[in-house]
Each structure stands twice: as structure tokens, then as C-alpha cells.
Design a protein around this ligand. Sequence first.
Ligand code: DHB
Ligand code: FE
Length: 283
Amino acid sequence: MAQIVGGLATSHIPAIGNAIARGKQQEPYWKPFFDGFPPIHAWLRQVQPEVVVVFYNDHGLNFFLDKLPAFAVGAAAEYRHADEGWGIPTTAPLAGCPELSWHLVEQLTAAEFDLTVCQEMQVDHACTIPFQLFWPDQQPAPVQIVPIHINTVQFPLPTARRVYELGRVVGRALGRWDDARRVAVMGTGGLSHQLEGERAGFINKRFDLQFLQSMETNPQWATQFSDRELVELAGTQGVELLMWLAMRAALTEAGSGVRLVHRHYHIPISNTATGVLALEVLP
Ligand code: DHB
Ligand code: FE
């Protein structure tokens, strides 16, 4: 049985890739964001996850509007970062964990999720930047990953309720994995932001803080909202918070509860209200 050590979540803005490449972490604009991470680095040094299941949303790199699965699971030996048009430096490939990928595909399919399985999969900033943020001194991050894409680009989106169920089944499947490795579950994206249209620049601090609190004390809270309600509350790209929801749902299937390791909220980086979170699973 795998050991689920905890959950991680962070915003995933392309500009962070440039800030890291240019060593801007201590500059006044960037410092309040990067200051959210050191307590989580200390925790990761302690718990040392070996495998990370990462819920992220592809932004048109691996899938485009012509063919866009609701859920896609990576089952590759490595995941290459490709240039998606933001001009950020391409980082080294992340190692895959095909044996866990196939276990999750089997368990999710048995639980009636109809998946797209990707034995080749390129990953964009939403998958790569979080690993730069959480393991800044070790690149590529010293973990194997299983990326799970959730559509937040083309409407209608999978419902929050369905995303929660996806996360729950992943958590349960990890408990049934016949392997002793330490696993962390990650969600990337959010919090409130909108990149285009009349409401470009939209941020909703009140909602974000409620959502962050729900991650600790009321994980199902966000499942009450439809995709359109989430757009209204969090913005067209703020719906990426669905990734956090999947991560948190997975933790409900591990241990007796969660302990807050650290959380951080800062407005803005680029167009986004940023959130960072680490939760430890209690035995
Ligand atoms: C920004 C935020 C995102 O989530 C993203 O995928 C791209 C850009 C931004 O705020 O610039
Ligand atoms: Fe995004």
C-alpha cells in the first residue's frame, strides 16, 4: 500500500518561469509570492515524496479545441516540457511512473470514469512550474509523476462534483496500490483570475479565501457550484481551482484527516490572485 504523505497546490502562471530563470525571487514584485514556499520546502525535505500525482489543466499544448478530453491520464515514462507560446525557458523532462499510471487507469475505469490515456504527453507551464516552485534546488524535481489533465478550457466543463469524485477515486486507488512508495497529490492553477473579455483582470479575494478555508475544513464546499457559477465567482481561468478540489478529494481517502502545513495568498502575480497550500495527511 502506498503512503499518501499529503497534498500540494499552487497557482501556475507562466511569468513565474521567467522570474525563476532570471533569479528575481527577491525583487519587490516577486518576493511576496516566493515567500509562500520555504515552510513547504522544509516539510517536503521531511516527508520526501517519491511519486506525485498532479492534477493540472492543459492550455492548448497537448490538446487543442479540436480534440479536448474532459479527463486525460499520462502513462508515459517521461513528460517533456514544450514551448507553448509564452516564451518561458523550457525545463528538463519530468520522470513518469507508468506502473502507477496504469493502476490509476484501471481503478478509475472500474469506477466508471471514461478516460483518455496518453502514452505520450507533452506538458505545459501548469505542470512544470509547480515542480520548479516546490523543489527549487533540485531540477528536475527528484520525483516521478503521474499527470492528470482536467479540461478547464472548453465549456461545458466537468462539474465540480464530478471532479471531486475523480479525486476521491484516485485517493482510494493510491491506498490500493501494491507499492510502498511515498506519494503526494498536487493540484495546480487558480485562484481567481480572468485573462480575457470584459472582465479581464477580475479577482475575487473574498471567494478565494473562502475556498482556501474550505480546503482545510470543508473539502466538499466548492462542489455546490456549476461551471458557470465558478466562472462568475472566480473568473474564466479561476475555474482552475477544480485541480485543487481533485487534490483535496484524494486526501479524504487517506488517513484520518489533514493538518495544515502552510498556506499563502498574494494578489497579484500577472493577472492572478495566487494561492499556495500544503496539507499533511494524518495517520
Ligand atoms: C496567467 C495565469 C494562468 O493560469 C495561465 O495559465 C496563464 C497566464 C496569468 O495570470 O498571466
Ligand atoms: Fe492557467
